[in-house]
Structure formats: C-alpha cells, structure tokens
Write a protein that binds this ligand. Structure first.
Ligand code: ZN
Length: 138
C-alpha cells in the first residue's frame, strides 16, 4: 500500500529548524500499515531534511556550522543573476538534501532515542512550506 500525506509549516528562513518527528510518527501510526518505509520530501530548492538530536546546544552548533561552510555574505553568481540574495540558501539546501527515508516496524519509526527528524528552512525570508510524506508498506 502507498499513502501520500502532507505536513504544512510556517517557517522563518535563515536556517530555521523544525522538529517534525511527532507529525511523521502520527502519520505512520494512523496509516494502518505495520511495516515499511516513510519518505519525507520538501518541494523547493531552499529547504532540507535530516536528523539531529534536537536540543538547543546542537541546534546552535548546526546553525553556526552552516554559516562557516556556506557563508551568507560570500559572492554567489545566483544573486548576481537573480538579485534574490539567496544563493547561500540554495547551496546549503543542495548539500543537505531535500528528503529522508526512515523504516518503520510495528507502526513505529526505527529512529534512535535521541534522533529527531528535522526540516531546515535555509531561505532568506518567511515561507509556507509543504512537505510530502509518502508511506509505503503493508
Ligand atoms: Zn534564488
């Protein structure tokens, strides 16, 4: 069976982290499927999805790391071409990737205890985001 759902988020950009583990878990539990995989995907080239231990220290480290790796005020040809100022956002999103797949067993995600699924908005403005949650299993 395949079921496709959505998660709506209001985000603030500039490396804005959202813990979506609860919503993904609920959708898996309510899907009626016992085991399989769930994929969470963002439609959009300035958002990313990964896992992290979602605690304030690491959230701070994560944001600092991206500023070091892909600085906001560097030169980007994308900005020169489009004047939207979010070349750094696109680069960060490409490196992190737009999706994650997590297996579930007995209706539960197989995440570690301290492992949460996060959506990261790298854009340089507020956004309304739609995440696709596709559950495949039986
Ligand atoms: Zn752009």
């Amino acid at each position: 069976m395949v079921k496709t759902e959505q998660i709506q988020l209001e985000t603030e950009g500039f490396c804005d982290l959202h813990d979506i583990t609860g919503e993904v878990s609920r959708k898996v539990r309510d899907s009626g499927m016992k085991s399989g995989i769930v994929t969470v995907f963002v439609s959009g080239a300035t958002g990313g999805i990964t896992t992290i231990e979602y605690e304030s220290g690491l959230v701070q480290d994560f944001r600092k790391f991206w500023e070091k790796l892909v600085p906001q005020d560097d030169f980007y040809a994308h900005n020169a071409r489009w004047h939207d100022g979010n070349g750094f956002s696109h680069m960060r999103a490409s490196i992190l990737g737009p999706s994650i797949t997590v297996p579930f067993v007995d209706r539960k995600l197989t995440l570690g205890t301290w492992q949460q699924i996060i959506f990261v908005d790298f854009d340089n403005k507020n956004r309304n985001r739609t995440l696709i949650v596709q559950i495949m299993g039986e």
